[in-house]
Write a protein that binds this ligand. Structure first.
Ligand code: NAI
Length: 304
């Protein structure tokens, strides 16, 4: 069973994304009475319209997550216009601490896929509170940020998005790190196709585009839902797929003891391997700035 904690915008969109993939039955949990039940009913009708046999259930009781193989955590507050992800730190660390204890109690064998922001810090909170193995707790960040970079590359170069491969690592925040030398158009690295100034523009656009969506329509929904869906598929189908995600660091990128976005191999047992890419000096500095920001936030909530 796949459990989604938080039946708000992202939680329900993740369910809508994975239903047609017919991966497993889905449980939605929320603290709001009626919301997960209503979403489950509506989504159940959608499953019927696809003709797929996925059972959907909504509940306010964490006990119902017993037997979950995977718990996706989207519960907590989202950003409002003008906020950074780190502005959610204090409130969401409380909420995620509570949710993680429930997961530990009721789904002790599950993998935990974190979505709530500030993502890298909340993934660390979940690790500490569940006490699970590090490979079983990880977060969604780079899958989404990379799609945004991919979108901007395709738009700017006027090529089909299918011709573009893009990768973003680092903090899921102000210091996210798009990697142009590993991002390609029809196999050619971006660094051979565009000037440094043009690339810088794309990188800046990628960093700030979520804030633009939030300012325009109140929140991001479809792209994050789809990014989580692709991770769920890699896990349940045991695809051993390489993708950027927030993984626990053991010094691979000169960072130790907490989470940040890196390329990693994902399968049924969670994070199988972190993949090392060479970064230039400027990129190393941005990666480190993001790591410092995550580390400071962990200290601020007293979990260092
Ligand atoms: P939302 O407000 O639509 O939904 C959040 C839901 O969590 C609400 O229904 C709320 O009742 C529920 N909730 C709060 N405390 C809970 C608890 N203790 N147990 C169960 N449910 C609880 O927010 P939305 O837009 O779905 O965003 C959710 C989170 O995802 C936010 O923190 C947002 O910043 C983050 N996010 C992360 C992304 C990423 O790339 N990692 C991308 C987009 C959003």
């Amino acid at each position: 069973m796949i459990t989604i904690v938080g039946a708000g915008r992202i939680g329900s969109t993740v369910a809508a994304n994975i239903i047609p993939k017919e991966l497993d039955d889905i449980l939605l949990i929320d603290i709001i009475q009626g919301l997960p039940q209503g979403e489950a009913l509506d989504l159940g009708h959608m499953a019927a319209s696809f003709g797929v046999d996925v059972s959907l259930r909504g509940t306010n009781d964490y006990k119902d997550m017993e037997g979950s193989d995977l718990v996706i955590v989207t519960g907590g507050l989202p950003r409002k216009p003008g906020m950074t992800r780190l502005d959610l730190l204090q409130k969401n660390s409380q909420i995620i601490g509570d949710i993680a204890l429930k997961i530990k109690e009721h789904a002790p064998k599950s993998l935990v896929l974190m979505v709530t922001n500030p993502l890298d810090v909340m993934t660390y909170v979940a690790l500490k509170k569940t006490g699970f193995d590090k490979n079983r707790v990880f977060g969604m960040s780079g899958q989404l940020d990379s799609c945004r970079f991919r979108y901007f590359i395709a738009q700017t170069m006027k090529v089909p998005v299918s011709a573009v491969h893009a990768i973003v690592i680092g903090e899921h925040g102000e210091s996210m790190l798009p990697l142009p030398q590993y991002s390609t158009v029809n196999g050619k690295p971006l660094t051979k196709l565009m000037s440094k100034e043009e690339i810088t523009k794309l990188i800046e656009g990628t960093r700030k585009t979520a804030a633009d969506v939030i300012a325009l329509k109140g929140g991001t929904v479809y792209a994050p839902g789809n990014a989580v869906g692709s991770m769920v598929e890699a896990i349940i189908k045991n695809k051993h797929e390489q993708m950027p995600l927030s993984a626990y660091q053991n010094g691979e990128y000169d960072v130790n003891g907490f989470y940040i976005g890196v390329p990693a191999v994902l399968g049924r047992n969670g994070v199988e391997k972190i993949v090392k890419l060479d970064l230039d000096e400027e990129q190393k500095a941005v990666f480190q700035k993001g790591a410092d920001s995550i580390k400071n936030a962990i200290s601020e909530i007293g979990l260092a």
